[in-house]
Design a protein around this ligand. Structure first.
Ligand SMILES: *[C@@H]1O[C@H](CO)[C@@H](O)[C@H](O)[C@H]1NC(C)=O
Ligand SMILES: *[C@@H]1O[C@H](CO)[C@@H](O)[C@H](O)[C@H]1NC(C)=O
Ligand SMILES: *[C@@H]1O[C@H](CO)[C@@H](O)[C@H](O)[C@H]1NC(C)=O
Length: 205
C-alpha cells in the first residue's frame, strides 16, 4: 500500500517537473548564452539593459507605445525564459487585440487604470478594470487587449513574460494587413471584397 502511494507521489512529482520544464523557453546547457563575438572579458554590462532609462523624465507619448526588453533588445535573456515590456497608454488609447504565441503575460498597473480582457478557446471573454497596483495574468497564446478608457489620465503598465522572445501577433494586422487574399477574407467574414478592401485601406496608413 505504502509503495503504491509512493509510486503515485513519484508520478505526480515527475508530472509536475515535466510541466515546469515545458513552461518556458527550451533549456540551455550552459549557465547563460554569451555573445557570439567577445571583445574582451565578459562582465556585468552584458547582463544589464539600459533601454528603459529613456522613460525617466521623458514626456508621455501621444499614442499608445510599447518599449520592450526581450531577447532582441537584450541578448543576455536568451535561454532565461523571462522578458519585460513597458506599456504607455495616453488617455483613451487601446492596445488592440493580440496574442503572444510563446508566453503568458503578467501585467502590473503602475499608474492610472486599465480595462483588460482575454478570450479563451471557447470565445468566453474574461474582463476586468484594473486600478493602480493591480496585477492581471493573460494566459499564454490567448487573444487579449488593454484599454485606458479614462478621458483625462494616462496609464502606465509593466508586463513580464515567461519567454525571452514572447512574440506578438496583432490580430488586426495579421488578418487585414498581411497578404491573405481578399476573396479568402470575404468568404471567411461572410462579406464582400469591397468591405474587406475598405478595412485594409484603413490599416495600411
Ligand atoms: C480618470 O482618472 C481620474 C484619476 O484617477 C479619476 O479621478 C477620474 O474619475 C477618471 N475618469 C473616468 C472617466 O474614469
Ligand atoms: C486626452 O487626450 C486628448 C487626445 O485624444 C488630448 O488632446 C488631451 O490633451 C488629453 N487630456 C489630458 C488631460 O491629457
Ligand atoms: C500595414 O502594412 C504596411 C506595409 O507592410 C505597414 O507599413 C503598416 O505599418 C502596417 N499597418 C499596421 C496597422 O500594422
Amino acid at each position: 500500500m505504502a509503495s503504491k502511494r509512493h509510486f503515485f507521489v513519484l508520478l505526480s512529482v515527475l508530472y509536475a517537473s515535466i510541466q515546469v520544464s515545458m513552461a518556458g523557453d527550451p533549456d540551455i546547457l550552459t549557465d547563460f548564452v554569451p555573445p557570439p563575438i567577445l571583445f574582451g572579458p565578459l562582465g556585468g554590462n552584458y547582463f544589464t539593459f539600459n533601454g528603459f532609462r529613456a522613460l525617466v523624465g521623458a514626456p508621455f507619448p501621444t499614442t499608445f507605445k510599447v518599449l520592450k526588453a526581450s531577447m532582441i533588445e537584450f541578448p543576455a535573456l536568451e535561454g532565461q525564459s523571462v522578458s519585460y515590456a513597458v506599456l504607455q497608454f495616453p488617455n483613451g488609447t487601446v492596445n488592440p487585440p493580440h496574442t503572444h504565441p510563446r508566453a503568458s503575460e503578467l501585467l502590473f498597473v503602475l499608474m492610472g487604470s486599465l480595462q483588460v480582457g482575454f478570450v479563451d478557446t471557447t470565445n468566453k471573454l474574461f474582463t476586468q478594470t484594473l486600478q493602480q497596483g493591480d496585477i492581471f495574468v493573460f494566459p499564454k497564446g490567448l487573444v487579449h487587449f488593454q484599454f485606458n478608457c479614462n478621458t483625462t489620465n494616462s496609464a502606465l503598465a509593466l508586463s513580464a513574460f515567461g519567454s525571452a522572445n514572447p512574440g506578438t501577433v496583432k490580430v488586426p494586422s495579421a488578418v487585414f494587413n498581411s497578404t491573405i487574399d481578399d476573396q479568402v477574407l470575404a468568404l471567411s467574414f461572410k462579406t464582400d471584397v469591397a468591405t474587406i478592401q475598405k478595412i485594409k485601406s484603413g490599416l495600411s496608413v
